[in-house]
Design a protein around this ligand. Structure first.
Ligand SMILES: Nc1ncnc2c1ncn2[C@@H]1O[C@H](COP(=O)(O)OP(=O)(O)O)[C@@H](O)[C@H]1O
Ligand SMILES: [Mg+2]
Length: 327
């Protein structure tokens, strides 16, 4: 992708909301943040929610509105708590940045710490002390997926904001804007499939849109969506499952392994897709529960490093018998 000049710019950056008003479906959050802009003061912030729902975008837009575009770049430090160089380096970066006065007369600096919930509680205690120590120069914006993993003494020092997954309408309307501007040919059905595959994660959805568009020369089909997202076509997954449910184990296994090899898809991804597609095959509720728990079990074993070939073959057999058991 990098050697194709046209696609050098990542759409997730190109289409990142520039202002608080451009952030979709976060009225409640945005209104509270605008209150801080109006008063010119800011508490420490804790943003929690799944990936790709606007947490980083919201802090960046907030900083831009507080400081103005140019000053914002000088007064923001973006760090990741899971930085592979270790928490010590992260802490040193914070100290180095917070040590000096804000640039250009800004009232304070903003330190964005992503994946804050990956810090151990000891590291969080240290972070809490750092937050207090530099409160004269700096405000922290802690971003996390799971707020319950943040220690109480930090939670109580922050204004807390929750980001829920984005709705289908929100993601689709953003994707529609982008395809218009980028002159991409994609039907509503295709965009819905992108939403489906990306599960309310706007970053994933936009990345998928860009990759598929690059692969398809500005024309995106459903097949292309599955291909670039490393998934099988749901229809193929359902066929494998139907064969297994009908007791045609040999054919189910052959088809599945052919698909896996052809498309280069991992066992774990296949198993997860089976979990999604099994619900649409008309099983009785207790059969469905039986099959789903078999799938969950194998998902777990594969994650633990068990052999794909053996596990998946055994799973197909167990799906067949789980479906029969209660007939
Ligand atoms: N609420 C939103 N409104 C508009 N765009 C969004 C929103 N959430 C995510 N995006 C898009 O997805 C990308 C990733 O968003 P980001 O704010 O980095 O998510 P997070 O920090 O929650 O993982 C952004 O560049 C933006 O294009
Ligand atoms: Mg982020």
């Amino acid at each position: 992708m990098a050697d194709n000049a046209e696609y050098e710019v990542m759409w997730i950056e190109k289409y990142r909301p520039k202002t608080l008003d451009e952030i979709v479906n976060r009225k409640h959050v945005v209104n509270r943040l605008k209150g801080f802009v109006k008063s010119g003061s800011l508490p420490h912030l804790l943003f929690s929610g799944p990936p790709g729902t606007g947490k980083t975008s919201a802090v960046l837009a907030l900083a831009r509105e507080l400081f103005g575009e140019e000053l914002a770049t000088y007064n923001i430090l973006e760090l990741n708590a899971s930085d592979e160089r270790g928490i010590k380096t992260v802490r040193e970066d914070i100290k180095e940045f917070a040590r000096t006065a804000p640039v250009g007369g800004a009232p304070f600096k903003i330190i964005i710490l992503d994946e804050a919930d990956n810090l151990t509680s000891d590291a969080q205690q240290a972070l809490r002390r750092t937050m207090e120590r530099f409160v004269r120069t700096s405000r922290f914006a802690l971003l996390c997926n799971y707020p319950s993993k943040i220690i109480e003494p930090i939670q109580s020092r922050c204004a807390i904001f929750r980001f829920s997954p984005l709705s289908k309408e929100d993601v689709l309307s953003r994707l529609e804007e982008i395809i218009k501007l980028e002159k991409v040919n994609a039907s509503k059905e295709v965009l819905e499939e992108i939403f489906h595959v990306s599960e309310g994660d706007m970053r994933k959805a936009i990345n998928l849109l860009q990759t598929a568009s690059a692969a398809g020369g500005h024309k995106i089909t459903k097949e292309l969506v599955y291909e670039v997202s490393g998934l099988l076509h749901p229809k193929d997954v359902r066929e494998v499952l139907s064969l297994a449910l009908d007791g045609k184990l040999d054919r189910a296994r052959k088809l599945l392994f052919t698909l896996m090899v052809d498309k280069g898809i991992s066992g774990v991804d296949i198993i997860r897709q089976m979990g999604t597609e099994i619900t649409g095959l008309g099983l009785e509720p207790d059969q469905l529960i039986g099959v789903m728990s078999e799938i969950a079990e194998v998902d777990f074993r594969l994650a633990e490093g068990a052999s794909e070939d053996i596990q998946i073959t055994a799973l197909l057999a167990r799906i067949a018998s789980a479906a029969k058991r209660n007939v």
